[in-house]
Design a protein around this ligand. Structure first.
Ligand code: PMP
Ligand code: GLU
Length: 400
């Protein structure tokens, strides 16, 4: 029997994370000596701030080295609860907070806790890669609602209403959005909340992991709308805003019974997450959000740099992302073109062509449900970004 015949169908049906796959591929090529510029992974290039690292060192010295409570240390849950109140005007008691090994686990906990086979989950497109695979693990059915570049990658209340059926159990989305960088403003969220209010069987996972990387003012949370707040699971964490991707801390605020369900799930799979990382996250969550300002300013400057450089490339269409650290250009004008060897049929072909011919690693839009686009992560230095867009321009100009 082949390994695939032996492996569970659950695993065979699962796709590898394309963001992580592209990053793995570019690391392999780098190890072979290729000068790859990797704009495929979504992670800040900044280092974790010193005061956070100090908190972790103190935690080790103070012997926070034993099993922690499954949903997280009580003082961290309190700090997260206060953070939701302070920054987002949401009332979650500490008991409604579950701390996990990254926001990815928080999302998986919530989906696995709520979704039965054949339950429908509405997913605005473009979406973050892992939503779909986690829904598939739970045997739910993703229902796609497409928001293209002309809609600034945001869905309308009408589109949401039309996608709802008696089988709809959940919606999952991110704001600021990975991969489009779109940010829902208060009015737009309120309009979506009104639709959700009319359908009491629907729960929403509002993924706000890019909260602090927002260039248009105050971040808005879906759970602020009281009429639906008892059906919203707010996901957040420290990975992006505090440059702490490797520490693996995410958290949710949720209705108490959902938080308890997620605690039960986590208690059988990973237990409470790393004690030292929890103490570091506590320092981050307690700090004034102002500490993220310099990084945010840096991301904004780089966004402007990339948009300016992309303007020079013919046939590439982009909107102005308002948050996160991605640009998601529409590249369909290159479909059907060739460099004399390969024909570019879709975004995946284009990404492969760029990796082979320009030593540039980007992620194909189909990973995010939109095959007309490619994702560029601009969380890297100005020099690398300038060189990357130069390579992109040269490689694209060779397609006819
Ligand atoms: N949601 C979105 C939209 C993301 O981009 C990421 C980053 N990979 C996550 C969740 C997961 O975050 P974490 O690294 O904390 O698991
Ligand atoms: N959020 C990042 C990305 O989209 C991290 C990679 C991942 O976890 O998939 O690239």
């Amino acid at each position: 029997m082949t390994p695939n015949q032996i492996l569970a169908s659950r695993l065979n049906n699962l796709s590898e994370s394309q963001t992580l796959a592209m990053t793995r591929k570019s690391r392999e090529l780098q190890a072979q000596g290729r000068d790859i510029i990797n704009l495929s992974i979504g992670e800040p290039d900044y280092d974790t701030p010193e005061f956070i690292k100090e908190a972790a060192k103190t935690a080790i010295d103070q012997n926070f080295t034993h099993y922690p409570p499954v949903p997280g240390y009580q003082d961290l849950r309190l700090a997260v609860s206060q953070k939701f109140k302070r920054d987002n005007q949401i009332d979650y008691s500490p008991e409604q907070i579950v701390v996990s090994t990254g926001a990815k686990q928080s999302i998986a906990n919530a989906v696995l806790a709520l979704i039965n086979p054949l339950d429908e989950v509405i997913v605005p497109v473009p979406y973050w890669v892992s939503y779909i695979e986690i829904i598939k693990l739970a045997e739910g059915i993703p229902v796609f609602v497409k928001a293209g570049i002309e809609a600034n990658f945001k869905i309308t209340p009408q589109q949401l209403e039309e996608a709802i059926t008696p089988k709809t159990k959940m919606m999952i989305f991110s704001t600021p959005c990975n991969p489009s960088g779109s940010v829902y403003n208060r009015q737009e969220l309120e309009a979506l909340a009104r639709v959700i209010e009319r359908h009491p069987q629907i729960y929403v996972i509002s993924d706000e992991i890019y909260e602090h990387i927002n260039f248009v003012g105050q971040h808005q949370s879906l759970a602020q709308f009281k009429a639906i707040s008892d059906r919203v699971i707010t996901i957040n964490g420290v990975s992006k805003g505090f440059a702490m991707t490797g520490w693996r801390i995410g958290f949710m605020g949720a209705p108490l019974w959902i938080a308890k369900a997620c605690e039960k799930m986590q208690g059988q799979i990973t237990s409470g997450t790393c004690t030292i990382a929890q103490k570091a996250a506590m320092a981050a969550v307690l700090a004034s959000p102002d500490v993220t300002q310099d990084m945010r300013d840096g991301f904004l400057r780089r966004r402007n740099l990339v948009l300016e450089l992309l303007k020079d490339i013919q046939g590439l269409k982009t909107n102005v992302p308002q948050g996160a650290f991605y640009v998601f250009p529409d590249i369909r004008s290159y479909f059907g073109k060739t460099d004399g060897k390969a024909i570019i049929k879709n975004a995946a072909d284009l990404c492969m062509y760029l990796l082979e011919n320009a030593n540039l690693a980007l992620v194909s839009g189909d990973a995010f449900g939109d095959d007309n686009c490619i994702r560029i992560s601009y969380a890297t230095s100005d020099e690398k970004l300038t060189e990357a867009i130069k390579r992109l321009k040269t490689a694209l100009s060779q397609l006819h």
